[in-house]
Design a binder for this molecule. Structure first.
Ligand SMILES: *Cc1c(COP(=O)(O)O)cnc(C)c1O
Length: 380
């Protein structure tokens, strides 16, 4: 089955054995009747499993070319489950430019529990090796990175991981499986904030993991059930519905972002535009080989390079909404330094380029002309 067909049918055979409904029913139930103690139809209690969630988990596994999907109450709950596989003394190597909430979870929760994190620039995969020792267990990669749009070569990092017998996890939230499938490139775990493009309509908070290996899946399933950070059946249904148009939405997100990136670059008041589709983007060749498009996310800063210059632009936007989050049908603008990345200390974030005038756009699927006109009037 090819990708666009998978968004609609992947893992969805026989979702309603009772009546043949085309969409899976929303099984809004906590428990399931048993004919005799321990004799049931595959479901006992909805923390452990729920048929609507199962339908979504199978769809996620299919989209990412994996075998097992696990859905959680948020993207961070999914990351939390991965990290709970490790013990005090273990070390994890992570990309240095990553989602602020992931950084906070790593440093404020898991570092306190005795896990050590090394934040490393991974644009050259070989540079990772000097940080590996016999305590290292996992490499955590986000690509494209948030908000600087750096691209990391997943296949090259997976070779490093395999050589040292480490697990490789990839946060695939920005690219989505439509553009990039990390398991096909050698990763062991793919993570999603389904809150973003998979849900796609800014109405659900959810997370997901997909793996190929059975043993890894059973470890993660044990944590999902034992810690209990699952998502509910209504939300599972909504994300499944969102996924059915993922390919169409992503196509338009990519087209609109390309037009906007070019417009911003030609604007005299704008300094840097970060978008992996530019031929002079430092990791353009890798983006071209591991992704089938360049995505809907763009960051830029102003020549004036002050907080005030960024504030003026985002306050004047009318079609773009100033808001956290990304990946919905509507265009959003964010100010990472004061919003999504406020939890990262100023010196840390400026090292990676998150300066005070940086603005991040999640380009929606409206008409490109309206989006460009909106940016033109706001930049002034
Ligand atoms: C939003 C986001 C997360 C966290 O997901 P939630 O659903 O908000 O918990 C993790 N990684 C990336 C790249 C994100 O954009």
């Amino acid at each position: 089955m090819k990708f666009n067909t998978k968004t609609i049918h992947g893992g969805q055979d026989n979702v309603d054995p009772a009546y043949g409904s085309v969409m899976p029913p929303i099984y809004q139930t906590t428990t399931y009747s048993q004919s005799s103690p321990g004799e049931h139809k595959g479901y006992e209690y909805s923390r452990s499993a729920n048929p609507t969630r199962t339908a979504l988990e199978k769809s996620l596994a299919s989209l990412e070319s994996g075998e097992y999907g696990l859905a959680f109450g948020s993207g961070l709950a999914a990351i939390d489950a991965v990290l709970k596989m490790f013990k005090p003394g273990d070390e994890i190597i992570s990309t240095n430019d990553l989602y602020g909430g992931s950084y906070r979870l790593f440093t404020k929760i898991f570092e306190g529990l005795g896990i050590k994190f090394n934040f490393v620039r991974m644009q050259v995969a070989g540079d990772i090796e000097q940080h590996i020792n016999d305590k290292t267990k996992l490499i955590w990669v986000e690509t494209p990175t948030n908000p600087m749009m750096n691209i990391i070569d997943i296949e090259a990092v997976s070779k490093v991981a395999k050589k040292h017998e480490l697990l490789l996890a990839v946060d695939n939230t920005f690219a989505t499986p439509y553009l990039q499938r990390p398991l096909e490139l050698g990763a062991d775990i793919v993570m999603h904030s389904a809150t973003k493009y998979l849900g796609g309509h800014s109405d659900v908070v959810m997370g997901g993991l997909v793996v190929k290996d059975k043993e890894l899946a059973s470890k993660l399933y044990f944590i999902q059930n034992a810690s209990g950070a699952i998502c509910g059946p209504q939300d599972s249904f909504l994300v499944l519905r969102g996924i059915k148009t993922l390919h169409l939405r992503m196509q338009r997100h990519c087209e609109n972002a390309q037009a906007i990136a070019k417009f911003l670059r030609s604007n005299a008041k704008i300094k840097d535009v970060y978008w992996p589709g530019f031929e002079d983007h430092p990791n353009h060749e890798i983006a071209k080989s591991q992704m089938s498009g360049f995505g809907g996310m763009i960051s830029f800063n102003t020549k004036e390079n002050t907080l005030e210059s960024a504030r003026k632009i985002v306050e004047k936007l009318k079609v773009f909404t100033l808001a956290e989050s990304l990946g919905g049908v509507e265009s959003l603008a964010g100010h990472p330094a004061s919003m999504t990345h406020a939890s990262i200390p100023k010196e840390e974030r400026e090292k990676t380029g998150v300066v005070d005038s940086l603005i991040r756009l999640s380009v929606g699927i409206e008409d490109e002309e309206d989006l460009i006109e909106d940016l033109r009037q706001a930049i002034g």
